[in-house]
Ligand binder design. Sequence first.
Ligand SMILES: Nc1ncnc2c1ncn2[C@@H]1O[C@H](COP(=O)(O)OP(=O)(O)O)[C@@H](O)[C@H]1O
Ligand SMILES: CC(=O)N[C@@H](CCC(=O)OP(=O)(O)O)C(=O)O
Length: 300
Amino acid sequence: MINEEKANINIDSDAERVRILSEALPYIQQFAGRTVVVKYGGAAMKDSNLKDTVIRDIVFLACVGVRPIVVHGGGPEINSWLNKLGIEAQFKNGLRVTDAATMDVVEMVLVGRVNKELVALINHAGGQAVGLCGKDANLITARNLGAEDIGFVGEVATVDARLINSLVNSGYIPVISSVAADETGQAYNINADTVAGEIAAALSAEKLILLTDTSGILENYKDPSTLYNKLDIQQARELISRGIVSGGMIPKVGCCVRSLAQGVKAAHIIDGRLPHSLLLEIFTDKGIGSMIVASEFTRQ
Ligand SMILES: Nc1ncnc2c1ncn2[C@@H]1O[C@H](COP(=O)(O)OP(=O)(O)O)[C@@H](O)[C@H]1O
Ligand SMILES: CC(=O)N[C@@H](CCC(=O)OP(=O)(O)O)C(=O)O
């Protein structure tokens, strides 16, 4: 389907190269000055060559006047550090059971290692990234999710977009990790998709783009030919209630739906394993992956 076609783009002539560059112009014009929140994490973050293409795409976006904001996870890297430290990783309904020792590791890995690595890579590629977590200027405050026996897992209580806006207005690329504190200063571990959705909503972003390890939302998630290219909130909710969307895809679709209900124009779930998937989504006619919009009438 679409992804295979895209993966097989055949740039065998100058005319084709010019066509591809020229196709980008209306999208560059449409999205210049607009906010795009990109969630990067999970499996899509494991491969270092792929990481470089994601980083280059983010710098590309900033260079053509789009306002990219990166929210990152790093679940696999947390698992690997927990393993080195002899702490067992446990999940309930896709969320990490986070006791005090695990919370320390989550914070060290996400806010320290993963965040600073992404910042350094963006800056090496010619961007100007600034690394943050929810604690910086109280950009995000957390509250306990309240799920039983899951520890310091939080949800987003408030987002204060002022710091993000002032950084973006000065040409910086904010890179935000999904750790935040409550009003007592207690740190919480928040699912990174959830944080990306809430930040996109607070900024009234043009797009929320979640990079993951499937080609999008699939009717049968083992069969890439069953991709949903476009759906609206109602259809997305139905896919959750029918059990078509399951596991780690539930929080992704859920946060897309919530962000759209709060004014984000379009939410996309795209394949982070595909090189330059961000450019393909934003700057080509066909786009890639699954696009969710508020209602049929606002489909682009
Ligand atoms: N309908 C669906 N379409 C695509 N993937 C699905 C679907 N339902 C469940 N999934 C699962 O959701 C996974 C993505 O969620 P997750 O592993 O949490 O991603 P990430 O690590 O990128 O945050 C896919 O790899 C797939 O196994
Ligand atoms: C509560 C919870 O589960 N938090 C996640 C935060 C990181 C994350 O979301 O990372 P990915 O996007 O790479 O999965 C965790 O501890 O793994």
